[in-house]
Design a binder for this molecule. Structure first.
Ligand code: PLP
Length: 472
């Protein structure tokens, strides 16, 4: 399988080539030249496979430059009951007939990002080892992504992580998840500033091309194709658990921010998985809900980006959305460039033509929006009716899922985090008497020794720190 850019560059690249890269050189995102089709015989053969073996079957349709036995070793090493809490890896939790949660959040950092990041850690280590190279990952985080990346890369040969976070502004749980790591290759830099300062420093360092090349600086952001590919697997795994034959259809509701998770659902549907609807659930930051309602995609400024109680969905733009639009436009790279390159940088927005927008329905997408009051009500209702505690992001999904259920079609809501990560809102919804259960191995998390370095919000200081600690 070869990969091309969404903005018209037709250069064909292999999986290993794009694995360690972010954007394509023309500013687009990578996609496979075509989606492999999964036929009835393949679906039948895959039903009943272990999660790791299912992952191997799907990944091997997209990866032909890693020997099959190595790829199988990598997925088996990644998707284990020890790391993900159960042999099913992503067990379905039925709430009522036709409505279930798919548990994606039982990995090391209690959010679904572990599903892809854990594989990425093993793929990076393998590929760097094969090339005899090393990589210094630089990132900024306000919580979830940074901890998932650190837990995936800790102790990996050839990989160093420098993670910038706003000093004193993460929850005690999030801080402890990152700062308690004692691995020599993990560097936590607590920046005296806000998240935007951290992101500005990462951008400034990445724009210093000489520095970037000299110190082999890379990233692990959500546009990485391998992360998206890893997420395709759990749509198949959810489908097999919710159905008994391959003639049935299911729908998925996905709590969305950067459109990475639900874009993997789009890929699964393009491959032929019988998905009726892909329901995009947003919080108050409704960039995506607005698009699916109106055909206008409008990036928000920071003054219009709200801090909500489902913080991992607080986005001003949806960085993976371009992949879907490229498919929607019949893979017209010039048109995609005119929208995402030209129009967005000029106007901060674009509107599809009526013809283009009319095609969206054919891809199964619908959307809805959820607010803080909806989250509290959904957390309460789900606890009272089912005795199940959901986190704030999953609550957004459940609220929107209920608006889109169709007779005879099971609805699966992706559980993107565990409630233990968001205790304050659980208490706001349910009072002091109900506590989100925490996995036993994290009971003492906040009291563990912490390892981090406080630095001023200054690019040169961060560069000096990197110089002193890189591996080359
Ligand atoms: C990252 C995240 C999301 C949003 O996922 P996208 O792939 O950015 O759409 C939703 N919920 C949680 C808990 C997350 O960490």
């Amino acid at each position: 399988m070869k990969y091309i850019s969404t903005r018209g560059d037709q250069t064909l690249r292999g999986f290993s080539e794009i694995l360690l890269e972010g954007l394509a050189p023309d500013g687009g995102l990578y996609l496979p030249v075509r989606y492999p089709h999964v036929d009835a015989a393949m679906l039948a053969a895959w039903r009943g496979l272990s999660y790791a073996d299912l992952a191997f079957e799907i990944l091997s349709l997209y990866i032909d430059d890693i020997p099959a036995e190595d790829l199988r070793m990598l997925v088996r090493k990644t998707y284990t009951a020890e790391v993900f809490g159960s042999a099913a890896i992503v067990p379905l939790k039925p709430l009522e007939p036709g409505l279930a949660l798919e548990a994606l959040s039982n990995g090391p950092t209690l959010a679904f990002k572990d599903m892809a990041m854990q594989l990425l850690g093993n793929l990076f280590e393998y590929e760097l080892d094969r090339r005899g190279e090393s990589l210094n990952i630089l990132g900024a985080t306000s919580g979830d992504t940074g901890s998932a990346a650190e837990h995936a890369m800790r102790g990996k040969r050839g990989v160093n992580v420098f993670m910038l976070s706003p000093h004193g502004r993460m929850s005690p749980f999030q801080q402890a998840q990152m700062f308690s790591l004692q691995d020599a290759n993990i560097h936590n830099l607590a920046v005296e500033g806000v998240f935007d300062d951290c992101q500005d420093i990462v951008k400034a360092v990445s724009n210093d091309l000489a520095f970037k090349r000299r110190y082999r600086i890379g990233t692990v952001n959500s546009i990485n194709w391998a992360r998206l590919l890893a997420q395709v697997v759990y749509y198949f795994a959810g489908y097999f658990q919710a159905t008994t034959t391959n003639d049935e259809r299911v729908s998925f509701t996905v709590p969305s921010g950067n459109f990475g998770n639900v874009c993997a659902g789009h890929v699964a549907r393009m491959m032929g998985l019988p998905i009726a609807q892909l329901v995009v659930a947003t919080n108050e930051n409704n960039v995506l809900e607005e698009f699916f309602r109106t055909g206008t995609y409008r990036v928000r400024g920071s003054a219009e980006t709200w801090e909500t109680s489902s913080p991992s969905m607080d986005i001003s733009k949806a960085s993976n959305f371009e992949r879907f639009v490229f498919d929607l436009l019949g893979r017209d790279g010039a048109r995609t460039q005119s929208l995402f390159g030209a129009a967005l940088s000029r106007d901060g927005a674009f509107t599809l033509s009526a013809d283009e927008f009319a095609r969206v329905a054919g891809y199964g997408f619908v959307a809805g929006r959820s607010t803080h009051a909806d989250r509290l009500a959904t957390i309460q209702a789900t606890w009272q009716a089912h005795g199940v505690l959901v986190d704030t992001h999953t609550a957004d999904g459940l609220k929107v899922a209920r608006e889109h259920r169709q007779d005879g079609i099971p609805m699966i809501v992706l559980e993107t985090a565990l409630p233990a990560k968001f205790e304050a809102t659980i208490t706001e919804a349910l009072g002091d008497a109900v506590h989100a259960p925490r996995p036993a191995h994290l009971a003492d998390l906040e009291s563990r020794p912490k390892r981090f370095q406080v630095v001023p919000a200054d690019t040169a200081t961060v560069q000096r720190y990197i110089e002193a600690h890189v591996i080359l």
